[in-house]
Design a binder for this molecule. Sequence first.
Ligand code: ADE
Length: 239
Amino acid sequence: MRGCPCLVALPYFCSMVIDIISVVPELLESPFSHSILQRAREKGLLNIRLHPLRQWAVNAYGQVDDYAFGGGAGMVLMCEPLVRAIEALSAEGAYDEVIYLTPDGERFDQQTANRLSLKGRLLMICGHYKGIDQRVRDGWVTMELSIGDYVLSGGELAAAVVADAIGRLLPGVLNDETSALTDSFQDNLLAPPVYTRPVDFRDRKVPDVLVSGDHKKIEEWRQEESLRRTKEKRPDLQG
Ligand code: ADE
């Protein structure tokens, strides 16, 4: 593994490889080092590798950015380090998608997560400052994703969101194999409410049907609640 010492090198038989190029890879260490994604990595189902862009810097000072032609505030990540990074990493095997995280990309959603979870090798590029040189987007990037209509200080948190949403869908990652199918958005429906013990908490009771033991009725109730919630909170999902 190149770069970040904190993510442990994992076996190459992993079902999915996600390589992430970043100027601040430290920002990405924690999201993949706990809970479900950590377990996925340990099981060899997901290999997330962080690659500090500065190892492909244009000079000994570690330069990877420069002023924007035409003026204006903010630096731009240069072509050369990015393309050298993409080429070096692609030499280990072609990528199914080279994804640039950017607020002007296509809106990331559950359908895109589903589609990407079927791929084998993904490369993500995190922008910083004013973004990356347009020529890299034109010539090397195959997909541009935004996680929402707001601007983050860099693409790292967006990459973490996308990698998490994809990683949890990989077969064997979730304990209950079917649980991803009942997530919100999987049928353009929000998930129904959930409860756990105690049945009565300060006079707030769990709906009777959920403790009835009648699985058919429970399923019907969940379906109705999903529809009701979706209508109330996200009517746009129903078209
Ligand atoms: N980089 C900065 N803001 C972003 C966003 N909203 N989505 C994806 N990448 C970003």
